[in-house]
Ligand binder design. Structure first.
Ligand SMILES: Cc1cc2nc3c(=O)[nH]c(=O)nc-3n(C[C@H](O)[C@H](O)[C@H](O)COP(=O)(O)OP(=O)(O)OC[C@H]3O[C@@H](n4cnc5c(N)ncnc54)[C@H](O)[C@@H]3O)c2cc1C
Length: 384
């Protein structure tokens, strides 16, 4: 990775980053290292985005990203830093020998020895980005519960962001200003909507030269992003406390299959993982089940109870676990996995100071989000 030299020139520049997932936090850290003033805003309560962890009374579930791989040297360097500063922040998951099953749970393709470690963050997938974000959070450079609804450009060329607290629907929107540039590190559909809304709001007001170039740029970016396609994913989380040992000190006897992770060709289900087999997640037997992209799309607007019942039935068909789960919840990811990526690691316009990044620029993996955020930050700092 190129060594970044902080420049005093950059300290005057204030960059807003929308999104505290892997892409946004990577960009933020890089720009801070180069001497920029950075504020990250995220609509959620914590950092991590789709590398997320649901905590329940039965234990946690990684209901977004299941694991990540490390192929690029720049990501490897970041992981070396992360493990150097917090040795337990991630560990390879031993169950990485993933098999392929048919719709009745019979093995179609045996698990091959894996080519590369499948890393999981500890104690939950959000821990890696949380660790990366920790110094920024400590310095109040990250603001949570802030959903950005509009990007506005003032006559002096600076930006203000109209924000809303998703936890308080009665609260009035707030405006945060004084930004020299804005980087959107959010899913493609949301980036496109934010750019379009900001362009239409701007075109209603005075059409000075600055506003015109801003609107043109937003429309141009929005058009480029429209080539990106993304699939949804319904995710089922199950806990079976009755699989606990009857006596203390007895090992936990897993229910059903002896494998811990599998891809499936069942028309409803694409992936199943025994959550409790991941490092630091032991205890109660828990499963995370991802519906296939086609089925998720077809049932996107269905009632969640109906989705849960259908996925539970498919889960039983594949695993032959027919026990009643003590916990069963579904989560709908509207923008889970990129089908068609942008094809370039980021977009950045020097004249207006607007950029976009995220996994969808390059692909659908955690590592793609990291590279995209890093490249976007380099684009900002190389041209300032
Ligand atoms: C079900 C599922 C399974 C996956 N499995 C894997 C896997 O096994 N391996 C793998 O490598 N990857 C996997 N992924 C993909 C991986 O999670 C993503 O590639 C990565 O987390 C994307 O990071 P990001 O920073 O680009 O975006 P995100 O993580 O989506 O972060 C974007 C952030 O922006 C915030 N945001 C959005 N709009 C606004 C707004 N208007 N204002 C303020 N904040 C906003 C969101 O709250 C979020 O925190 C999976 C994803 C899903 C959903």
């Amino acid at each position: 990775m190129t060594k970044i030299t902080p420049s005093t020139k950059n300290t005057q520049r204030h960059i807003a980053i929308i999104g505290a997932g892997m892409a946004g936090i990577t960009a933020a850290r890089t720009l801070i290292q180069a001497g920029f003033k950075v504020t990250v805003l995220d609509k959620s309560r914590g950092a991590g985005g789709r590398m997320s962890t649901r905590r329940t009374e039965f234990g946690s579930f990684d209901h977004g990203a299941q694991y990540f791989t490390v192929r690029d040297d720049r990501f490897r360097q970041m992981m070396a830093w992360a493990l150097g500063t917090a040795p337990d922040v991630a560990r390879p998951w031993a169950a990485n020998a993933v098999r392929v099953l048919d719709s009745q749970g019979r093995t179609l393709e045996a698990a091959l020895p894996s080519r590369e470690p499948h890393w999981v963050a500890q104690p939950g997938m959000n821990a890696l980005v949380s660790h990366m974000a920790a110094p920024l959070v400590a310095k109040k450079q990250v603001m949570f519960n802030q959903q950005v609804r509009l990007i506005e450009r003032s006559a002096n060329g600076q930006y203000s962001l109209q924000c809303h607290n998703p936890l308080d629907s009665s609260a009035k929107p707030t405006s945060m200003g004084g930004f020299d540039a804005v980087l959107l590190a959010i899913p493609s559909v949301q980036a496109q909507a934010l750019l379009q809304d900001s362009a239409s709001a701007r075109s209603l007001s005075k059409s000075e030269l600055l506003a015109q170039s801003f609107c043109r740029l937003l429309t141009d970016f929005s058009q480029k992003i429209s080539a990106v396609t993304v699939s949804p994913c319904w995710t089922l989380m199950l806990a079976f406390p009755n699989a606990l040992p009857l006596k203390p000190n007895e090992p936990v006897r897993p229910l059903g299959p002896q494998w811990n992770a599998a891809r499936s060709t069942h028309h409803r289900i694409a992936w199943l993982a025994r959550e409790s087999s991941k490092p630091s997640r032991g205890g109660i037997e828990r499963w995370t089940v991802q519906a296939s992209a086609a089925w998720s799309q077809e049932h996107l607007e269905d009632d969640s109870e109906r989705v849960k019942a259908k996925l539970l039935k498919a889960f039983a068909e594949i695993t032959h676990i027919r026990a009643e789960p003590a916990y069963a919840q579904v989560h709908r990811w509207r923008y889970a996995k990129t089908d068609q990526a942008l094809g370039s690691s980021h977009l950045w316009d020097q004249q207006t100071g607007i950029g976009v990044c995220g996994d969808w620029c390059l692909g659908h993996r955690v590592e793609d989000a990291f590279i995209s955020g890093l490249d976007a930050a380099y684009a900002v700092l190389n041209r300032n």
